[in-house]
Write a protein that binds this ligand. Structure first.
Ligand code: NAG
Ligand code: NAG
Ligand code: NAG
Ligand code: NAG
Ligand code: NAG
Length: 486
């Protein structure tokens, strides 16, 4: 999603609350860095490099590159299991395998050896010299899964691990999907997978996203938001009101209702103010995360003299929290930044790569096309397809997206995958849960829906403030993992 404009300003700050295609604009992606006071109580992980193949699907292609991974053997005892945490759409943070995260707590309990494998093209794992569209053909979930399989087998030999050692894969958000798909595609290489907040169904027009945001805001608050958007759309259609919009929303470039891409971007950015807070509500577990919650936004909406002023106050609060002077929603600027193919660009922190993956594999376009949602109707799915075209290549169109989505769901089975030993924790507030597994599919494929929690909440270090539902959710995950390791 295009909130990037604002985001670009914010990119350097881990505190970003803005999302681009559901991915916060900071280098770690959808799964932020865990925060914890007990640093190093879980040992120091080592950073290492694995010689990886460029293209797993062409044996004649002998090119290789160095994939970064981290290993923590603090708790490992010979004969113990191996936990593999898969990286996702951002730089892999070593904190995941050094702090008292859920995966590390389980490693301690089971004397597991722990690896974290960074995803190709993200962070320091760079198969090609830049991120040109030609090079990005090697960026796909299938190549990433094959990387993990290659890693698993090569490491088993190199470290003289028992061929019978039990491997469990873990991931959250996109890397949660990868964890489940690893178990699907390579069932002989892992005994189980924990797939937190994992979207499994590829879909072009992800209309349920804003519907869950609506539900998470609650009916009274979302009614106010709806009135606010209606009023704002009326204003946007009246040329004489445009200067007011500039004042109220502190725009960086003058509002121009004739520039349809800027208009759409503007509305999406205002909606993004809500989406970013909802997706990570109360996620104080994340390093640098803002302390603004759904309750704060709704209080502003309720207390404002008019719903439109409520939207403006919410916008002020978020601009302030990200140290932004103005609301940056300029489409051309956004595209210019996203077209930068250099690894040193801000887009290379993951925004460009993740956008590419959504354009060629997953869709997940969080449009305003549904009628029963409060965010107006000015960021249709076509806007996202236009972005694919403008950022990557002219050949993107609806039928290409149709092919991509059909192929992904055929490859992995969508929300009816044929799996064994996979558990799917989900947060009720998290908009992504709509694309995950919410019902038990079999005795060994379980859904754990965690009431009142946000994206990937179960993975972070436990804290005294955690809801009982979250604590209980973690215990259920632990019970599944223990079952696989018996
Ligand atoms: C949130 O953090 C800001 C500073 O970062 C602080 O001024 C404010 O009091 C905090 N609010 C709450 C509710 O903790
Ligand atoms: C891409 O980003 C880098 C780093 O910010 C910058 O030096 C370079 O000029 C940018 N390239 C283009 C074509 O804008
Ligand atoms: C799935 O089954 C487990 C027990 O194996 C149970 O704890 C859990 O609540 C069930 N999930 C759902 C969504 O019914
Ligand atoms: C699933 O887990 C059980 C232990 O609970 C194990 O015996 C079995 O081999 C696993 N099956 C697969 C396909 O991973
Ligand atoms: C959105 C959704 O499907 N929610 C369901 C998730 O699973 C729980 C059971 O654990 C149901 O109560 C929810 O309705």
């Amino acid at each position: 999603m295009i909130r990037s404009l604002v985001l670009i300003v914010v990119l350097g700050l881990a505190a970003s609350t803005r999302l681009h295609r559901g991915r916060p604009l900071h280098k770690h992606g959808m799964l932020g860095e865990p925060r914890s006071t007990s640093r190093h109580s879980f040992g120091e992980a080592e950073i290492r490099w694995h010689t990886q193949r460029m293209n797993h699907f062409d044996p004649a292609d002998r090119r290789t590159w160095k994939q970064r991974y981290m290993v923590n053997d603090e708790f490992y005892r010979e004969g113990g299991p191996v936990f593999l945490l898969l990286g996702g759409e951002g730089e892999a943070s070593i904190s995941w395998v050094e702090k008292n995260t859920h995966v590390m707590l389980m490693a301690k309990k089971h004397n597991a050896l722990v690896f974290q494998l960074e995803h190709r093209f993200y962070g320091q794992s760079r198969p090609t010299s830049d991120l040109s569209t030609e090079n990005l053909v090697y960026l796909s979930s299938e190549q990433a899964l094959a990387d993990a399989a290659h890693f698993r087998n090569v490491i088993t030999n190199r470290r003289n691990l028992s061929p019978d050692a039990k491997w469990v894969v873990f991931g959250g958000s996109y890397s949660g999907s990868l964890a489940a798909w690893f178990k699907l595609k390579y069932p002989h290489l892992a005994v189980g997978a924990v797939a937190s907040s994992a979207p499994l169904l590829a879909i072009i027009d992800f209309q349920d996203y804003v519907r869950v945001v609506r539900d998470s805001l609650g009916s009274s608050c979302s009614a106010k938001v709806k009135d606010g958007f209606q009023a704002l759309q009326v204003k946007a259609a009246r040329r004489s009101s445009w200067p007011d919009i500039d004042n109220e929303f502190k725009t960086c470039v003058p509002f121009d209702g004739y520039n349809s891409l800027n208009l759409q971007n503007f509305f999406q950015t205002i909606a993004g103010n809500f989406e970013g807070i909802v997706q990570y509500n109360k996620d104080q577990r994340m390093e640098g995360r803002t302390n603004i919650s759904i309750d704060d936004l709704c209080r502003l909406m309720e207390n404002a003299p008019t719903p439109l002023e409520g939207l403006a106050s919410v916008n002020d609060l978020l601009l302030e929290s990200t140290d932004s002077k103005c609301l940056d929603y300029d489409y051309a600027k956004f595209v210019r930044e996203m077209r930068n193919v250099s690894y040193s660009s801000v887009a290379a922190e993951g925004g460009r790569q993740w956008t590419y993956q959504t354009c060629v594999e997953f869709g997940f376009f969080q449009s305003s096309d549904a009628e029963d949602q409060p965010f107006g109707d000015l960021f249709p799915v076509e806007l996202f397809i236009q972005q694919c075209r403008d950022i990557f290549d002219d050949f993107f169109d609806q039928s290409m997206l149709d092919n991509a989505i059909f192929r992904t769901n055929t490859e992995y089975g969508g929300q009816q995958p044929k799996l064994t030993n996979v558990t799917f924790p989900n947060g009720s507030i998290d908009p992504w849960h709509a694309l995950s597994i919410l019902k038990n599919l079999s005795d060994s494929v379980t859904a754990h829906f965690i009431e009142g929690t946000a994206h990937c909440a179960d993975m972070y270090p436990p804290s005294a403030e955690d809801d009982e539902t979250l604590t209980a959710g973690r215990q259920k995950i632990e019970a599944e993992v223990a079952k696989w390791l018996q």
